[in-house]
Design a protein around this ligand. Sequence first.
Ligand code: VGL
Ligand code: ZN
Length: 192
Amino acid sequence: MYDQTTALIVVDVQNDFADPDGSLFVSGAPRVLGFINDQLQAARAGKSPIVRSQDWHPESTPHFAKDGGIWPVHCVAGTWGAQFHPGLLELGTIIRKGVGGEDGYSAFSVRDPETGEVTPTGLDSILTDAGVTSVVVVGLATDYCVNETALDALRYGFDCTVLADGVAAVNLEPGDGDRACTVMTTAGVVIE
Ligand code: VGL
Ligand code: ZN
């Protein structure tokens, strides 16, 4: 699966999502951590470019419920909750998203919640410059950042595979994770 033309993207394996004390804990996260580390090691062995993304919000952003959005405060820049889970292998390039208060669901691009303006994070150029043509996506959460990252990967012209054993869903509504998988598959993402 891994070679120099395939990148591994590990989405948002941060304390607020992956630790039971995190403010937006994804209950399936502890179950997928070991599998994600196996992928990191396999990607390193295959000389695949590796990227780990971090949700990285200012203290106030329309992304948060207290400021008009939908989410509890999470992954505030520089806090414990924004740090990678200590069990995650420290490999690859780090991409931070949402830094300017945007909704940063995709590792490839962020969106201004007021103007709708979309700005690339730079991940697309990093991968293209490295000769990457396909990406493998794992991480958190299936129904938000994994979904948006995978759909964006297709938009930027990459083939995209999501590994089912390496993702877990928030499931604000029961079934959200499964519905996201249907959306991704319909768009052309391979889920295996
Ligand atoms: C995420 C909700 C809010 C995610 C980020 O990483 O999936 N979900 N911010
Ligand atoms: Zn967020």
